[in-house]
Each structure stands twice: as C-alpha cells, then as structure tokens.
Write a protein that binds this ligand. Structure first.
Ligand code: FMN
Length: 199
C-alpha cells in the first residue's frame, strides 16, 4: 500500500475484533516503529506487548470506570464528537478482548550527560506514528491513546516497568470491525506559512 494512502486512511480503530493477530505481524509493526528517527539516533524506546488475558482484564478493570467517570464531563464540542467519546469508552470497556495492547515506553536517557524529558517524547511519538501507519498498511486497526495516564502506578506494578522508564503511548491493536475511513484534517492551506508567518 502506498504510504500516503496508509496515512490518510489511518483512522482510529476503537472497535476491534477479538481474533488473534499473528506474532509475526506484531513484530513487523514494531520493526516499522523502530525505523523511526530519534535524537542522536538514541533509539531509546521499548515496546511492551500485553497479550496475557489476565493482564488485559486487570488493565480493563483499572481503566474502564476511571475513563467513564472522566468521559461524562468531556464537552462534545468542536472536534470532540459524541461518537469519539462513545468509541473511546467502548475501547476502554473492551480492552480485555483486544488481541494485544502495545505500550510504547522509553527511558529518560538523552542527552546522556543531562537527560531531558522532552527527548523521551521526541523518540516515542515518531516511533508510535510509524507503528500505527504500518499497522494500517497491514489491515490492522490501532488507536493512539494516552489511556495509561489513568493508571500509571498500577501499570508499573502490573507490568514491572521501572521508574526511569516513561510511558509514551498505549496502543490497542487488532483486526478492525469497521472499514478504515479517510481522516478529516484541516486543509493544508490553513497550516502552511510560506516563508513567514501569515494569518
Ligand atoms: C497524543 C494522542 C492521544 C490520544 N489519546 C486518545 C485516547 O486516550 N483515547 C482515544 O480513543 N483516542 C485517542 N487519540 C486518538 C485521537 O482522538 C484521534 O486520532 C483523533 O480524534 C482523530 O481521529 P482519526 O485519527 O480517526 O481521524 C489520541 C491521539 C493522540 C495523537
């Protein structure tokens, strides 16, 4: 699949089938993730792939009630639609049924002499974006989430993640129940500034 076509149809897939995803495909998307750029080619990223049913159930049980409580208060305005909140709530509530959850994590490690927090994110986000686009090209659905923020301490304990390792993104992955759709984004004319800032 053409890479731009994969990007423009890499819509958030919040309704996933429980059917298993072969390990080889998970390794393929992580291979793609690890082809990303990183500061100084530091490659300070780790991918925790949770497939264990008991662990997924615990993660669902931690997240679902907290997300639901938060979702009630989120205004359905602008680009946040009720469909988005309903989808995110569904994903949170069915996390135990998704084939795998990938946590993209990385240590506070760059630059080596004086590590800075922002370099953690500058390594993890490009890797995560490569991962979701690669998944799309294979027909696999993902959603880029920050669900981990609702339960970081508990996740550290459950998954044995050391303190110095930061959570970047939590990505449920599986075969999508619905077709991929073209993502809706601002036209480039609204965001390009040729040569200097312009309104
Ligand atoms: C940093 C970041 C955090 C996100 N967190 C969540 C999340 O916690 N739950 C969720 O369902 N979607 C999450 N998303 C997905 C966005 O809501 C989604 O990409 C956006 O609404 C556009 O939808 P589309 O990609 O299907 O066009 C996140 C995306 C980004 C980049």
């Amino acid at each position: 699949m053409d890479v731009i076509e994969a990007m423009e149809t890499c819509s958030a897939a919040r309704y996933l089938k429980p059917d298993p995803v072969p390990q080889e495909l998970i390794e393929r998307v992580i291979y793609a993730a690890t082809r990303a750029s990183s500061p100084g080619n530091s490659q300070e990223w780790d991918f925790i792939v949770v497939r264990n049913p008991e662990a997924k159930r615990k993660i669902r049980d931690l997240l679902a009630p907290r997300f639901k409580a938060m979702g009630v208060g989120v205004p359905r305005t602008g680009r946040v639609t009720s469909g988005m909140i309903a989808g995110a709530t569904h994903l949170a509530e069915t996390l135990n049924e998704v084939p795998a959850i990938i946590f993209v994590c990385g240590p506070l490690a760059y630059p080596p002499n004086a590590p800075l927090e922002q370099f953690v994110w500058s390594a993890l986000y490009p890797a995560a974006q490569n991962l979701i686009v690669a998944a799309r090209s294979l027909g696999l659905g993902t959603t880029f989430t920050t669900f981990h923020m609702f339960m970081e301490n508990e996740l550290r304990e459950l998954l044995g993640i050391p303190r110095e390792v930061r959570f970047g993104v939590m990505i449920p992955i599986g075969w999508p129940q619905n077709d991929f759709v073209k993502v809706k984004r601002k036209p480039i004319s609204k965001v390009i500034h040729w040569d200097k800032w312009s309104d």
